[in-house]
Structure formats: structure tokens, C-alpha cells
Design a binder for this molecule. Structure first.
Ligand SMILES: [Zn+2]
Length: 494
């Protein structure tokens, strides 16, 4: 059962539309995946995370989602890498698929329903090209098959480009064999030493665009609900996918809703000086964490560019810390009583927050607003946490934790780990980020702080308050603030 209506921005119509799927309760979803010739970069990671967010949210509101993300395992870049590394193209692709899967897993991405590869889709690719040729939209030259853009009257409908304007630009490096300079290859005759497949047009391999059309036709059908990718894929890749699929099947629209996310921009100068070489997803995930990636790439709106900077990394660490501090407090409070009492007013507050959270997510995945609602709840919970009896404290804490596990974690995929472990890790991360800023003071590590705190606790037990105050002041001078709470001392970097 679908629990709510949602609006999504359709790049095809250039406006927000109500999401109505072809089959009630079912949603067919395709997202363009990476070419596997290297480790993926942070831009690819954003793409995977955005698709993962869509997938999680649609599942959460009740859709039966069939999610397909491909691997491009036949490509010039792969062949080139294979020659460099003295491997076969297949070995290169195999190796990097394995590596990319590790990154996806570390970033907390759910497995898609299907993860097709070009090499497993060859029969369907050839079949679709035959369909296109037989319907008069493809022509053969010297073992190559080329798509004729003039045969497809809707060419340009996604990108908003006009054939005449495009032709002027394309004429510059004209491939004279093509009827129109914008015509693109569906099948390329293989050159000496390249991997090839047998086809009705001779030995060759598919052009890039055809794979997505063929995989979709094979796994999801001739017409699907949602297609996603980076905005850099709108032209020509997605424009060509539409042309191939609609010309091949004779059915339109190929895709009901086209969703595109924005770039990851990098503050070059600052990055090279301070962040070092954190450009591959692997480096980011190792240096920080999967949850940090999720926070950084999912809490800005998917159609806004993300500036990948030290500041953004720092803010993500601070924000996750606030979430985990509240979670840690709630876990401690739950332990105070086995007779938790529900607090009516707080329950109502959570219900209101949930409603606002889902409304924001249903408004074209407005994650900045959705996450601000989570912080409104955290603020309110922190304010009330110590009020009333232990039974009251445990009751509020339970309700708060339920919101995290039933709303935040399933949709955003962060906030679900062990709070004590994550807090230690986050303070280490913050320390490492601080280290980049050479002007900043040297910071204590979490372990160092903990040892100061236990020393202070000992002094307090021995009623040596002069000593315990001295330790607190020392910590403060080193930029660490200590707060005494009913659950013991809590510290944070100032
Ligand atoms: Zn694609």
C-alpha cells in the first residue's frame, strides 16, 4: 500500500510532477552506473548514494521497487587500462567491479534488484539494434551500425536542444560516413586486438548508449517509471537512450520521469593544500566513514551542486556527532528504568516532526528540510531528556530511539551504528580535519580526553574538588568543554 503522494522534478517536463507509476504499487527504476576501469570518484559515489536514497524512500512509503544499476564493462577506457596493466579487458572490469562493490557496501548502499553488465547483455543489445534497423532508424556502414537522428522526430526532447543548432556545432569534426553529423554509433566494428562479439554486421562491440536501453528492455520492459543519472548524462547519453528505446520498441514514453542530480564541485586550491588527495570514494570512505559520505552527499538537495571542502566535511562530522550524542543519551536513559512511561506531549511532537519530515521528502526529496526536522527533534529531546522520573526519562528516550530506527535510519542510512563507537571515531575524524588547518591549536584526542576525565572523576571521588576543577579548566584551555550531566560527564570540542 502506498502511504503517501509524492512530487518529483521531471527533467523531461522541467517541472515537479506527482509520481504516478505505470502499475499501482510497483516502481521500475534504472540508474546509470560506472564504467569499471578504475576506482570510482566522489562524483560516482554521489550518484550511487542519491539512487540509494530514492530507492530507500520509495520502499519506505510502500512501493515495490525494482531497482537496476548497470556496470559498463566494455569500453575504450577499460581496453586502454588493460593494455597498460597487461591484463585482459575482462580482468580489469572484474577487478574494479569487486572494488566498487566494496565502496558501495561501505557507503551503506542497499543492493539493487539487478546489477547487469554489458557482457551479459550482448544478445539483447544485438536484438535491440536489429529492431532499430528494421524500423528504419539505423543504417549500416562497413560493419558499423549508426542511429539516424533524422528518423526520430522527438530527438532533443529531454535536453531541449534543437537538431539544427546541434548540427552546426557537430559539423566541425564531421565523420563523413554518417548521414547526419549527430548520428551516433550503436555498434562499432572491432579494431585489431580489441575484444569483439559476433553480430549480424560482423565482429564488433556495442556503442556506449545502447547498453542502458538494452538492459532496461531486458530487465524492466520497454517502458519504465523512473530513470536517474548525473546531469552531465542528459546530453547526449540520455537523449540517445530515449531515441534508441522509443525507435526500437515503437513505444513512448520510454521513461515517465527523468531524475538528474547535480555535480560535486571541488574547491581545488583548498583541497590540494589541506584535504590532500581525497578524490576517490575509497580514500574518502577510509579517511572518514560511510555515514560521513551519506551525510555529506544526501543532506544537500540532490539537484544542488555540492562543494567538496574541508568545511563541508567538518560540518558533516559535527552534525553526525549531534545525532549520536542524542542517541547515546537516550540509550543511557532507557537503561534507567524497565517501566518506561510514554509521554503524550512528546509523542505528539514526534508525530508532528515525522509528518514534516515525510512531507519534505515527498516534495522532490527536499532533504535539507527533512534533516532540519530531525535536528528540531534532537533539540527538543535534549531539552526534555532529564525531566521527570526515571520512568519518564526512559519513556521519552524510547520514543526518540524509535524515530531514529524507524524513520531516519531506513531512509538516510545513518544514525544506526553503535553510538559510543561512532562518537569516538567522530572525535578522531574532527581531530584529523583540525590538523589540516595549520593555524588551529593542537587538539587532544578522544583517548587523551577520556584519561583526563577519569583522572578528574577520581579526584571528585576523593573530594579533591580543587584538583577536579583544575582538570576541567585545563581541558577548557585545550578547547574541550566538559559538562556534568546526571549520566556522568560529557565532553565536546569547543
Ligand atoms: Zn545509461
Amino acid at each position: 500500500m502506498i502511504t503517501r503522494d509524492s512530487q518529483i522534478y521531471n527533467s523531461l517536463s522541467r517541472r515537479k510532477e506527482k509520481l504516478i507509476t505505470r502499475k499501482e504499487g510497483k516502481l521500475s527504476f534504472y540508474s546509470c552506473g560506472p564504467t569499471v576501469y578504475n576506482l570510482i570518484h566522489v562524483g560516482n559515489l554521489r550518484s550511487a548514494l542519491v539512487a540509494d536514497l530514492f530507492y530507500r524512500f520509495w520502499k519506505q512509503i510502500g512501493f515495490d521497487v525494482i531497482f537496476t544499476r548497470n556496470y559498463t564493462d566494455v569500453d575504450d577506457k577499460i581496453i586502454h587500462r588493460a593494455q597498460e596493466d597487461n591484463l585482459t579487458a575482462q580482468e580489469v572490469a572484474e577487478k574494479f567491479i569487486e572494488e566498487v562493490e566494496k565502496d558501495y557496501e561501505k557507503a551503506g548502499c542497499l543492493d539493487p534488484t539487478y546489477r547487469p553488465r554489458v557482457t551479459d547483455t550482448m544478445m539483447e543489445i544485438i536484438g535491440l539494434i536489429e529492431q532499430i534497423v528494421s524500423r528504419g532508424s539505423g543504417y549500416v556502414i562497413d560493419g558499423n551500425v549508426v542511429f539516424s537522428v533524422d528518423s526520430f522526430k522527438d530527438y532533443g526532447k529531454l535536453s531541449g536542444k534543437h537538431l539544427e543548432d546541434l548540427e552546426v556545432g557537430a559539423r566541425v569534426d564531421r565523420d563523413t560516413r554518417k548521414r547526419n553529423p549527430l548520428d551516433f554509433y550503436l555498434w562499432k566494428a572491432s579494431k585489431e586486438g580489441e575484444p569483439f562479439w559476433e553480430s549480424p554486421w560482423g565482429k564488433g562491440r556495442p556503442g556506449w548508449h545502447i547498453e542502458c536501453s538494452a538492459m532496461i528492455q531486458k530487465l524492466l520492459g520497454n517502458q519504465i517509471d523512473v530513470h536517474h543519472g548525473g546531469s552531465d548524462l542528459i546530453f547526449p547519453h540520455h537523449e540517445n537512450e530515449i531515441a534508441q528505446s522509443e525507435a526500437g520498441s515503437g513505444k513512448a514514453p520510454f521513461v515517465r520521469y527523468w531524475l538528474h542530480h547535480a555535480f560535486v564541485t571541488i574547491n581545488q586550491e583548498k583541497m590540494s593544500k589541506s584535504l590532500g588527495n581525497v578524490f576517490s570514494a575509497r580514500e574518502f570512505l577510509n579517511k572518514f566513514s560511510g555515514e560521513m559520505a551519506r551525510y555529506m552527499f544526501l543532506t544537500p538537495h540532490y539537484r544542488s551542486p555540492i562543494d567538496f571542502s574541508e568545511n563541508a566535511v567538518w560540518s558533516a562530522a559535527k552534525a553526525l556527532e549531534r545525532i549520536y550524542e542524542a542517541k547515546n543519551l537516550a540509550e543511557d536513559c532507557v537503561a534507567l528504568s524497565s517501566q518506561a512511561i510514554k509521554n503524550q506531549a512528546f509523542e505528539e511532537f514526534i508525530a508532528k516532526i515525522s509528518e514534516e519530515f515525510y512531507s519534505a521528502m515527498s516534495d522532490d526529496f527536499h532533504t535539507p528540510v527533512a534533516i532540519s526536522k530531525v535536528f528540531d527533534l534532537i533539540k527538543e529531546y535534549n531539552r526534555l531528556a532529564y525531566q521527570g522520573s526515571n520512568d519518564d526519562k526512559a519513556g521519552r528516550a524510547k520514543s526518540f530511539l524509535r524515530f531514529l530506527s524507524e524513520v531516519l535510519v531506513p531512509i538516510f542510512g545513518f544514525g544506526g551504528d553503535n553510538s559510543k563507537e561512532v562518537l569516538v571515531r567522530l572525535s578522531e575524524i574532527q581531530k584529523s580535519i583540525k590538523g589540516w588547518d595549520e593555524s588551529g591549536p593542537e587538539q587532544l584526542s578522544a583517548t587523551e580526553i577520556e584519561s583526563f576525565i577519569s583522572e578528574r572523576e577520581l579526584a571528585r571521588k576523593q573530594k579533591d574538588f580543587k584538583r577536579s576543577d583544575k582538570i576541567r579548566d585545563e581541558l577548557l584551555a585545550k578547547g574541550v568543554e566538559l559538562k556534568d550531566t546526571p549520566l556522568g560527564p560529557k565532553w565536546s570540542y569547543r
